[in-house]
Design a protein around this ligand. Structure first.
Ligand code: MTE
Length: 327
């Protein structure tokens, strides 16, 4: 495995980020500073009374700066993972309605603020209780992991849902490559934390950046846990977690961490972002219609697009594959 040290944003050659892009991010960051601090304190965000909406203008970016993979990232569909009862969410909706607090609390604003994040070269630093620690270059990983497409339901804790065709490979393949030691019990993930190009990080210093998440090792080895590098047959846009994100479809969306830069195997339960920020969230985050969020019911969910309200399914419809993990 090639060792590549990831350059931080401020080490990139000046040509990688245009003056306009930086200027745009600074302007947006200034607006965010004033408008959204109160909203961010409320945790995984839902409309909060009295918080003015933030006007973020500028084009959305679907092809990340420095994208080395071109327009397409095709893979054959693995039909074992389908969502027969729902239509696929429109591609533009999945790429225009995002939760990515490093950029903004405005779901429609995120895709307009992602211009500055360079996604290549990208490495994931693997540490902790593993046989093979080190920096794993994403290109090397992509060369050795066969890609497949899987259709998964995505259920946000805020009670909205989408159905998305992800392209990527099982998380278990990566974990087996790094070889956990026998005392490893948890896998911790850390996201990119680049305040210079992430106005939401600057705007919300009270949040416990970098965004970090974790799974129990048996959850991480479950066949459903997936590392996505693409969606809709194209490389992931930054707003959806480029260049690599986790997808854990039986859990609320906050577990599916974007822009992963670190993976650590641990014996003790690590802290995670939302439960650290707010007592309204807990470690497991398993979708359960019978356990309401402190501020709203989880009995139903709204499908983005048709805006249809349907009953929430236990484990987001994946009980058959995951219920045994929790007995
Ligand atoms: N990952 C990072 N790094 N930062 C975030 O703010 N938000 C989470 C998750 N992953 C988030 C993140 C939440 S709350 C949700 S619902 C999903 O991303 C949304 O993914 P999407 O924007 O691709 O639909």
């Amino acid at each position: 495995m090639t060792l590549i040290r990831k350059r931080r944003v401020w080490e990139l050659p000046g040509s990688s980020i245009t003056k306009e892009e930086l200027a745009f991010d600074r302007r947006a960051a200034m607006k965010l500073l004033g408008a959204s601090a109160a909203a961010v304190l409320t945790g995984c965000y839902r409309t909060v009374e009295g918080v003015p909406s933030v006007a973020i203008t500028g084009p959305c970016l679907d092809v990340p700066s420095g994208n080395p993979w071109g327009e397409r990232m095709d893979a054959s569909r693995n039909e074992a993972y389908s969502v027969p009862e729902r239509a696929i969410t429109e591609e533009q909706q999945a790429k225009r309605y995002n939760n990515f607090y490093e950029y903004s609390t405005s779901k429609e604003g995120v895709c307009r603020l992602v211009h500055g994040l360079p996604i290549a070269p990208w490495t994931i630093r693997v540490s902790g209780l593993v046989q093979n620690p080190g920096d794993y270059g994403l290109d090397d990983l992509l060369a050795r992991m066969p890609l497949e497409e899987r259709l998964y339901r995505l259920r946000c804790v805020e009670a909205w849902a989408m159905t998305i065709p992800w392209v990527g490979f099982p998380l278990s393949d990566f974990i087996r490559l790094v070889e956990p030691l026998s005392n490893a019990k948890y896998v911790r993930f850390v996201a990119a934390n680049e305040p210079i190009v992430m106005p939401g990080v600057q705007a919300s210093p009270q949040l416990p950046w970098a965004y970090h998440e974790a799974l129990r090792l048996d959850e991480a080895l479950n066949e459903l846990a997936f590392l996505a590098t693409g969606m809709y047959g194209r490389p992931l846009p930054v707003q959806n977690g480029a260049p690599i994100r986790l997808v854990v479809p039986w859990k609320y969306g906050y577990k599916s961490i974007k822009a992963i830069t670190e993976l650590e195997l641990l014996e003790e339960l690590p802290s995670t972002f939302w439960p650290t920020a707010s007592s309204e969230y807990e470690f497991f985050g398993n979708v359960n219609p019978e356990v309401p969020h402190p501020r709203w019911s989880q009995a139903n969910e709204t499908i983005i697009g048709p805006n249809e309200v349907v009953p929430t399914q236990l484990f987001n419809g994946y009980a058959e594959l995951v219920a045994h993990l929790y007995v």
